[in-house]
Design a protein around this ligand. Structure first.
Ligand SMILES: C[S@@+](CC[C@H](N)C(=O)[O-])C[C@H]1O[C@@H](n2cnc3c(N)ncnc32)[C@H](O)[C@@H]1O
Length: 264
């Protein structure tokens, strides 16, 4: 049996799209929000934390160009293969905190809680400064925050979450989740355990592999987001609670922030 730990997305590439497909029914709808905002604004798009291109794929046909940035080369490789027919796509491998493209965009997208990987106020401010540097004067930054991060009680013991068949790996995969919540820093630390049982192991392949995926995300409140933006010369001009641009309410699964340059 193999035991290992994964602390980043890069090593998770074989499971990411497969898992997203059946655990993220609500989150999938975010694409409609981004499509509508890009259609409204027209022009160029910078998508940061693009992953394997789930959203990119839907934006390329309607945007003038899409520049994607991700720090995980394995994810970008999948995206490259998936979207090779598009000539209006630029792929950049980088930690977004080091991004210096020297150009500005009409729409910048940071989807699916990616902003919540920044765990300190300094890192959050650095990230917003990078976004501002890459934004046209009348452009929109779109950030999706999950209001559910760091509000639950800790779940100390591994708790079964799903069991599902993975056709490409020909394996049955069980996932068990656990998390610790630090109310002071509002950081939720997950350890998700994956147990992969191959139906027909290849030569030298163990029949069962096991690894833990470690993730940490920070809760971000509405007032806090306004304050963070103000601190770097940005302004929150709208917050929507759904892909249909409804107002936020206590049941909203997503807060879609629309952010612009202050005093344009
Ligand atoms: C939860 S996945 C979202 C992927 C895709 N946007 C989607 O919604 O399916 C987060 C992505 O952000 C990337 N990411 C996280 N921190 C990053 C950073 N500092 N710079 C660039 N990419 C980052 C990860 O590699 C991963 O592909």
């Amino acid at each position: 049996m193999l035991n290992k730990n994964i602390f980043n997305w890069n090593d998770f590439v074989d499971l990411y799209d497969w898992e997203f497909d059946f655990i993220s029914d609500d989150q999938k709808l975010d694409v409609e929000f981004y499509q509508s905002m890009v259609k409204e604004k027209g022009g160029t798009v910078l998508e940061i934390g693009c992953g394997t291109g789930r959203i990119t794929e839907k934006l390329l046909p309607i945007a003038k160009s899409v520049t994607v940035v991700d720090s995980a080369p394995s994810f970008l490789e999948r995206l490259r293969k998936r979207l090779k027919q598009y000539t209006n796509l630029e792929i950049v491998e980088s930690n977004m905190l080091h991004l210096q493209l020297g150009k500005q965009f009409d729409t910048i997208i940071l989807s699916y809680s990616t902003f919540q990987y920044f765990l300190t106020r300094d890192a959050q401010l650095d990230a917003l400064k990078v976004l501002k540097e890459h934004l046209n004067d009348d452009g929109n930054i779109l950030i999706d925050i999950s209001p559910y991060i760091a509000i639950a009680e800790s779940l100390d013991d591994f708790t079964p979450y799903y069991e599902h068949y993975h056709p490409a790996l020909n394996a049955d995969i069980a996932m068990l989740t656990s998390y610790q919540v630090d109310p002071e820093s509002k950081i939720q630390y997950w350890v998700d355990k994956y147990i992969i049982k191959y139906r027909k192991p290849r030569d030298n392949q163990p029949a069962i592999e096991e690894f833990d995926h470690h993730l940490a995300l920070k809760g971000v409140g509405l007032d806090e987001m306004h304050d963070l933006c103000r601190s770097v010369g940005l302004a929150v001009v709208n917050v929507f609670g759904s892909q249909n641009k409804e107002p936020i309410n206590p049941d909203s699964n997503n807060y879609f922030f629309v952010i612009q340059k202050m005093n344009k």
